[in-house]
Design a protein around this ligand. Structure first.
Ligand code: MGD
Ligand code: MGD
Ligand code: SF4
Ligand code: MO
Length: 731
């Protein structure tokens, strides 16, 4: 295996996350003015990643002027990463959208909203309800998401709406639904501390979820930490075992590990018999995945495969499996996620401390969007196609049942295809910047150019997508509005308004209320007067669902309790005090959400990688998160002077030293990265942290997705961002 000294990394990227977390002041983070009184603070949830850290906001004259991590919050226990520390700073940027912009010119809200309604109505009336769509986000409060999804579908009559969670979580959603009967990540963060073995597959928490990684570091059981990642990431360096597999060979690897666990008698036959279906077929299927074959296809030696399998067998009953985008973004992503779930099921590593098949979410409210965005599933994890579900949601929301569509929306890429063919003529983007973040960007932007009407609702008027919009609606950001997020461990947390939004920017919630009014459908949403009122509506929607939250006594209970994990129905609420029992996991009783309460082994043979390396394009481009100080398309984090010091000044291409030698490229040299679709210039960083034949670019540069090849998982329709064939040349 290729290894690199940790020093190499330190020279590249500056401080490691743990240093930042331990000594933030050293890096210019979080100088709290001493004059602030303790009673002049309020509590919030960070609005960047899905860790969902608690922050204390220090107020002066009613406005937050600084923040510190909340020592009492059960998630982060007094720590925060650089983005969290800088959450307030990015609100003051000069490119905040402060007025609606119509064709680039500032206009009053009245003009903007009349135009919005006239244009959208014209398109829907003339071309039918499939002619306009919305694309939303995992980054606004879920009361807002629910309002958007309900307004667009029930009020305005749109049929299609999806969100950036398709780029991110769709695979985990599909995998869980099929295997467990409901989209239900089972874990609680205490599992990081209570495992004897942690297996991270396609996840780099040191960079992407630094505070979750802090929880791993607090594990006192001296755990084995296995990382499966083609790159030797910061997380891989900190692990006890790193398997640098060939990109996108995870499915074969995981079948090979299942084969070995069966061969070595490591299965929990009791658990399998009582709580699962389809194991016999699965065992027959993986019989073909012999160590020799798996080794040849994954690049992991037979010895290493044995060690991997033995570590799981020995670590049982406290093995937890964690996965993120290295799995979810792939051409066979759903089956890969299910191959992870299968390992947890066959060893009985689920429902107990330190176990689980655990998908880590990405955005602060990715989980909220899975339950409440009204896109793929009907409010509260329901099915649009099921009449009983539609009637239940109609009763809970007061929306007449005939207004609820009887089919789910098209997926993101299908909406774009429909726009390409002229069927979709208008798209309303809310809190997402796909002109930078969508796969095969040039095609995306070409499709945008065909649309009759593009609306972008964003905090900033300068985003790549906003620049292409006919109408920009200025939105308040995190801290400038209130509502709830749901983090990776299903914890619902409340975040308050502690700042005035600049100029005429409005909370997304109020923008939706105004649109309902101008559209003339405000009667439908008469009770939806505040985020809290919508929270109550959504609680009713969850009744008797696996995500039942009818036992939460409104925002006030969330504020007081340190967040509440779903489910919490009325019975559970009466039984125990959430402010003292802060950690809960699912499936402790071995009962899943399928009809017969059993989980299902699901598998398929691996399929061919769509964009394979070849003569003209001999390298595989992997993309992902660059540093803990950068957030996606950098509309927010790009505005902080403190964070700017923590990131490389130029776009860096990680290139293996052997490839560099063949290409006669030296460290720091300017290089062209070329795919059949586009090329860009970057600075070469020679390393052994990527294998020969592979290169890495961070997704934060707005040119990177010009290179990516658009392929999708067939079940989840999630884009496969991490495998595109490219060539590298001297610039
Ligand atoms: N600082 C920061 N933190 C973030 C974000 C951010 O933009 N910046 N974004 C948030 C969001 S929305 C998300 S979804 C998460 C993402 O969090 P992660 O998924 O942890 O981050 P990525 O870097 O996208 O991908 C993880 C790893 O997958 C590896 N990988 C690539 N191909 C393969 C493969 O075929 N197999 C395997 N096993 N691994 C592979 C990559 O090398 C990479 O190290 O981060 C969240 N946190
Ligand atoms: N090549 C490559 N591409 C990727 C990935 C990858 O790994 N590789 N990862 C994918 C993943 S996992 C994700 S999640 C996506 C993320 O892709 P995007 O969602 O496009 O990225 P963000 O930069 O987070 O965009 C969020 C937008 O919402 C705005 N915003 C923030 N808060 C608010 C608010 O409260 N209200 C409103 N109205 N606007 C707000 C921000 O200013 C920003 O413009 O990128 C995907 N793209
Ligand atoms: S780890 Fe995530 S939630 Fe916590 S402070 Fe950092 S960005 Fe915010
Ligand atoms: Mo994401």
């Amino acid at each position: 295996m290729i290894t690199a000294p940790a020093m190499t990394f330190r020279e590249w990227d500056g401080p490691l996350t743990s240093d930042l977390v331990r000594e933030p002041a050293k890096f210019g983070l979080g100088q709290v003015p001493s004059r602030l009184l303790p009673d002049a603070t309020t509590k919030a949830i960070c609005g960047f990643c899905s860790t969902g850290c608690g922050l204390k906001l220090h107020l002066k004259d009613g406005e937050a002027i600084n923040l510190t991590p909340d020592p009492d919050y059960p998630v982060n226990l007094g720590t925060a990463c650089p983005k969290g520390w800088e959450a307030l700073a990015v609100l003051d940027a000069p490119d905040r959208a402060t007025m609606p912009l119509l064709h680039g010119k500032p206009v009053e809200w009245d003009v903007a909203l009349k135009y919005f309604c006239e244009k959208m109505k014209g398109i829907l009336d003339t071309h039918g309800r499939e002619a306009a769509a919305f694309l939303s986000t995992g980054q606004i409060m879920f009361e807002e998401m629910a309002f958007l999804g309900s307004l667009a579908k029930f009020g305005m009559g749109m049929l299609h709406g999806d969100g950036n969670t398709r780029q991110c979580m769709a695979t985990a959603v599909t995998a869980y639904k099929e295997s467990f009967g409901f989209d239900a990540p089972p874990f609680t963060y205490a599992d990081f501390e209570e495992s004897d073995v942690l297996v991270f597959i396609g996840a780099n928490p040191c960079i992407a979820h630094p505070i979750m990684w802090q929880r791993v570091l607090s594990n006192e059981r001296n755990p084995e930490i296995i990382v499966v990642d083609p790159r030797k990431t910061e997380t891989a360096m900190a692990a006890t075992q790193h398997y640098a597999i060939k990109p996108k060979s995870d499915l074969t690897l995981l079948y090979g590990i299942a084969h070995l666990i069966i061969r070595e008698g490591g299965v929990n036959q009791n658990f399998i018999n009582e709580h699962t279906n389809n194991f016999e077929e699965f065992a027959k299927f993986v019989a073909d995945y012999t160590p020799d074959r798996v080794s040849a296809e994954t690049g992991i030696s037979v010895e290493q495969l044995n060690k991997f399998a033995q570590t799981i067998i020995k670590g049982t009953p406290r093995v937890s499996f964690w996965w993120t985008m290295g799995v979810n973004q792939g051409h066979q992503a759903t089956r890969t996620a299910q191959a992870i779930i299968n390992l947890a099921l066959m060893t009985g590593n689920i429902g107990k401390p330190g176990t689980g098949a655990n998908s880590i979410t990405g955005q602060c409210n990715a989980m909220g969007s899975r339950l409440f965005s009204n896109t793929t599933s009907l409010l509260g994890g329901h099915d649009f196609r099921n009449l009983a579900h539609r009637e239940k949601v109609a009763a809970a929301t007061g929306i007449p049942v005939h207004r609820i569509p009887d089919q789910p929306s098209l997926a993101y890429d299908q909406i774009l295809d429909a726009a390409d063919s002229g069927k979709v003529k208008a798209i309303w983007f809310v809190a997402t910047n796909p002109s930078h973040s969508w796969i095969d960007q040039s095609r995306f932007n070409r499709i945008l150019d065909k649309l009759d009407f593009i609306v972008v609702q964003d905090m900033y008027c300068s985003t790549e997508t906003a620049k292409r919009a006919h109408l920009v609606l200025p939105a308040a950001g995190w801290g400038e509005k209130e509502g709830c997020f749901i983090n990776s461990e299903r914890r619902i947390g409340y975040s308050p308004k502690v700042r005035r939004a600049p100029g005429q920017a409005l909370a997304d919630f109020h923008i939706f209320r105004l649109i309902a009014h101008y559209w003339g459908c405000d009667d439908l949403f008469r009770g939806w007067t505040s985020p809290e009122a919508v929270f109550r509506v959504l609680q009713r929607c969850t009744e008797n669902q696996p995500c039942d939250i009818t036992g939460i006594n409104g925002h006030e209970m969330l504020r007081k309790s340190g967040g509440v994990q779903w489910p919490l129905n009325r019975e559970q609420a009466a039984k125990f005090d959430v402010s003292t029992s802060k950690q809960r996991r699912l499936f402790a009783d071995g009962k899943f959400y399928t009809l017969d309460k059993k989980a299902k082994f699901i598998f398929d043979p691996p399929t061919e990688i769509p964009d394979q390396a070849r003569d003209e394009y001999p390298l595989v481009l992997i993309t992902g998160r660059g540093t803990s100080a950068q957030w996606h398309t950098e509309t927010r984090t790009g505005k902080s002077a403190v964070l700017a010091k923590m990131i490389p000044e130029e776009l860096m291409l990680d290139l293996n030293v052997n490839d560099a030698r063949h290409l006669k490229i030296s460290d720091g040299m300017s290089v062209r990265v070329i795919s059949p679709r586009a090329e860009l210039t970057a600075k070469a960083r020679l390393t052994t942290c990527v294998n020969p034949g592979e290169v890495f670019l961070p997704m934060h540069d707005n040119r990177v997705n010009q290179l990516t090849y658009a392929s999708f998982d067939p079940y989840s329709r999630q884009p496969s961002y991490k495998h595109s064939a490219v060539r590298v040349e001297k610039a």
